[in-house]
Design a protein around this ligand. Structure first.
Ligand code: FES
Length: 575
C-alpha cells in the first residue's frame, strides 16, 4: 500500500501566509517547535474521558501512552475531547445521545488538521458513537477500548456488572437479602477502572472492534488496569502513524466481510443485542448494507463458545486469561466462519493475526465442536407483531419458553409498569406474556434499556425466574431472560405493538422465527383506527432533532440525515 494523497494537515500547516501563521503560532504556545510542522502525520487522540463516565476515567493515562507511541513513530499527536456518555449516569438513556456524539466526532475530525485518529472508547455508547463518527469521515482510524474492570467478588463469589445488579435487586424485592448486604455488594462489584466486566454491551462492542479489525489483537479483553493495555495503547499510537503514511483509511478495514466477521464473532461470544443496532448503524455510515436478516442468517451456524455472564459464570478477566477474542476468532476460522483475508489495522489479515491463538482454559472458552450453548446468534423474529423485525438473545433465554403462547399483560409505558408491577392485585401468572409499549427510539425517546421487565414480586416469591417479555425497548447486554426486544415499527409511531390489549394471546415460536398477535386482522384494523401516536413532544434543541429524524431499530436508530458520510475533504478557509 502506498500513500496516494496529500495529508489533510498540509492544508493547515504547510501554508506560508497569514493563515499558516495562525495555524502554527497558536500551537507553538503549547511548546510545539517549527519542526513539528514539517509534514509529519497529525494524529488526533479522540478522548471520551469524563468523571461522569466512570468506565472511561483512566483514559488520560491511556492517551499519554498513545501520545508517546505517536511521537516515537514520528507523528504529531493532538488530543481532543468529545462528549462522553456514561451509561449509568445519563438520563433518560445514553442511547439518546449516541448519534449526537457521532456528530461531534465526525465534525471534530473533519474541521481540524487531522490525518488520522485514535479512538478511545469504552462505556457502551462511546464505542459505536466514535466508530460511526470516524466512519463518516473515513480517515485512517484505530480503536482502543477502555478494557474491562477486574472481577467483582462478593462473599467469595463472582459478581458481574449489571447481571448481579439485576439478580440482587430481584433478591432484595423478594426479601432474600438485606439492604445492608445490597449496599455492601455495590462496593464489591466495581473495584477498578474499566468497563462492565460481564459480556455486556461494552465488552461486546470491544470484541466487535477487534473482530472488525479496527484494533490491535487482544484489545477487547485486556483488563483496564493491566499494564498490557498501556502497551497496546503505545503500539496503537505507533501504528496509526504508519496507517496514515500507507493511507489505510477506515473503509479499507470495515468492509462487508469485516462486518460479517463481527456478526459471527458476536454469536461466538454470546454478545449483546445492542450490537445489532450499533453494527447496522455503522454499516450504513460506511455505505454498506447489513440487515436484520443478515444477523439471523450469519449467526445461525455459530454456537455460543463463552461461559460468561450473563449467559454463563465467568468474567472478562477470565476471558483474557483464557486467550481472549483471538481464541474465539481461531475457532470461527477453523470452522470456515471467518473471512480470513479481511484486513486489520496492523496491516495483517484477521487470520494472520489469530490463526495460532492459544486457548488456556476450556471452561471459559469452549471449542466449536463442544460449545457452551448451541445457539449463539441473535435470533430475528417476524410476524404481525413485528413486521420489520424484533430480536431475542437465545443464549440468555430459557429453553422452555422458546415456544410459548400466553395471555398479554400490557403496560402502556415504563411509568405504568413501575406503578403496577408490585401490586398483589396485578392479574398475572408465569404463563402470561408481559408487553411494554412506547419505549422505542422515538417513544421513550432514546430506546432505553428497559426491555427486561422486572418480574412481579408475587411470582418471584414463588421461585419464578423468567417469563416471556416483549417490547420495543433495548436491553442491557448484562441482562438475561426470554426477552423479545426492538419490535419494529415501535408502538409510538403505530407499530402493531401499540394495538395489543390485555388478554390478547401472543405466540412466540423461536424455531420458526415467529412472533404473532393472535387477533384477527379485522379487529386489528378496528383498533388501528382508534390509535393516536405517542411520540413525546420535543420543542427544541437536540432532542427535537433526534425525535424528528431518528430511524427505527432495524435501521440502526441512526438519524436519517447521518446515514453515509461526507468524507475527509478539507473545509474552506476560516480566515
Ligand atoms: Fe460503562 Fe457498563 S456502565 S460499560
Amino acid at each position: 500500500m502506498n500513500a496516494k494523497k496529500e495529508l489533510r494537515s498540509h492544508a493547515w500547516f504547510a501554508r506560508q501566509d497569514k493563515n499558516g501563521f495562525y495555524y502554527r503560532s497558536w500551537l507553538k504556545n503549547r511548546g510545539f517547535p517549527q519542526d513539528q510542522f514539517d509534514g509529519r502525520p497529525v494524529i488526533g487522540i479522540c478522548n471520551t474521558w469524563s468523571e461522569l463516565t466512570p468506565c472511561n476515567t483512566h483514559f488520560k493515562t491511556i492517551a499519554d501512552h498513545v501520545r508517546w507511541g505517536v511521537l516515537e513513530a514520528g507523528g504529531f499527536p493532538l488530543e481532543f475531547p468529545v462528549l462522553s456518555l456514561g451509561e449509568t449516569m445519563l438520563r433518560p438513556t445514553a442511547m439518546l445521545y449516541r448519534n449526537l456524539v457521532s456528530m461531534d466526532v465526525e465534525e471534530s475530525i473533519r474541521a481540524n488538521p487531522l490525518d488520522g485518529v485514535v479512538l478511545l472508547m469504552g462505556c457502551d455508547k462511546t464505542t459505536p458513537a466514535l466508530l460511526m463518527g470516524a466512519a463518516s469521515v473515513d480517515v485512517p482510524s484505530i480503536g482502543i477500548s477502555a478494557g474491562p474492570m477486574l472481577r467483582g467478588v462478593y462473599q467469595g463469589k463472582y459478581i458481574g456488572s449489571g447481571t448481579n445488579t439485576i439478580s440482587m435487586s430481584e433478591q432484595l424485592r423478594a426479601g432474600e437479602i438485606t439492604l445492608a448486604q445490597y449496599h455492601e455488594a455495590e462496593g464489591c462489584m466495581h473495584r477498578s477502572h474499566g468497563t462492565c466486566m460481564t459480556m455486556g454491551t461494552a465488552s461486546t462492542m470491544a470484541c466487535l472492534v477487534e473482530a472488525l479489525g479496527m484494533s490491535l489483537p487482544h484489545n477487547a479483553a485486556i483488563p483496564a488496569v493491566d499494564a498490557r493495555r498501556n502497551l497496546l495503547a503505545r503500539e496503537s499510537g505507533r501504528r496509526i502513524v504508519d496507517m496514515v503514511k500507507q493511507d489505510v483509511v477506515m473503509s479499507k478495514i470495515v468492509t462487508r466481510h469485516a462486518l460479517e466477521n463481527a456478526v459471527r464473532a458476536n454469536a461466538g461470544i454470546g454478545g449483546s443485542t445492542n450490537a445489532v443496532i450499533h453494527l447496522i448503524a455503522l454499516a450504513r455510515r460506511m455505505g454498506l448494507e447489513l440487515s436484520l436478516d443478515d444477523w439471523d442468517r450469519l449467526g445461525r451456524e455459530v454456537p455460543c463458545l463463552l461461559n460468561m455472564m450473563p449467559s454463563g459464570q465467568f468474567l472478562m478477566e477470565d476471558f483474557f486469561e483464557a486467550g481472549g477474542l483471538p481464541a474465539v476468532l481461531r475457532e470461527l476460522g477453523e470452522n470456515h466462519l471467518l473471512h480470513k483475508n479481511a484486513l486489520t489495522v496492523n496491516g495483517r489479515t484477521i487470520w494472520e493475526n489469530n490463526h495460532a491463538a492459544p486457548c488456556w482454559n476450556r471452561q471459559v472458552i469452549y471449542s466449536f465442536g463442544s460449545p457452551f450453548k448451541p445457539d449463539g446468534g441473535i435470533i430475528v423474529l417476524k410476524g404481525n407483531l413485528a413486521p420489520d423485525g424484533a430480536v431475542l438473545k437465545p443464549s440468555a433465554a430459557s429453553p422452555s419458553l422458546m415456544k410459548h403462547t400466553g395471555r398479554a399483560v400490557v403496560f402502556e409505558s415504563i411509568e405504568d409498569l413501575r406503578a403496577r408491577i408490585n401490586e398483589d392485585a396485578l392479574d398475572i401468572d408465569e404463563t402470561c406474556v408481559m408487553v411494554l409499549k412506547n419505549c422505542g427510539p422515538k417513544g421513550y425517546p432514546g430506546m432505553a434499556e428497559v426491555g427486561n421487565l422486572p418480574l412481579p414480586p408475587k411470582l418471584l416469591k414463588r421461585g419464578i425466574t423468567d417469563m416471556v417479555r416483549i417490547s420495543d425497548a433495548r436491553m442491557s447486554g448484562t441482562a438475561y431472560g426470554t426477552v423479545v426486544l426492538h419490535c419494529a415499527p415501535e408502538a409510538a409511531v403505530g407499530g402493531p405493538l401499540a394495538l395489543v390489549h390485555n388478554g390478547d394471546l401472543i405466540e412466540l415460536d423461536v424455531k420458526e422465527r415467529h412472533l404473532s398477535l393472535l387477533v384477527s386482522a379485522e379487529e386489528l384494523e378496528h383498533r388501528r383506527a382508534a390509535f393516536k401516536p405517542a411520540v413525546p413532544s420535543a420543542s427544541r434543541g437536540y432532542v427535537k432533532l433526534y425525535v424528528d429524524h431518528v430511524l427505527q431499530a432495524n435501521e440502526g436508530a441512526d438519524m436519517d440525515f447521518l446515514v453515509g458520510g461526507s468524507g475527509s475533504g478539507v473545509p474552506r478557509d476560516n480566515f
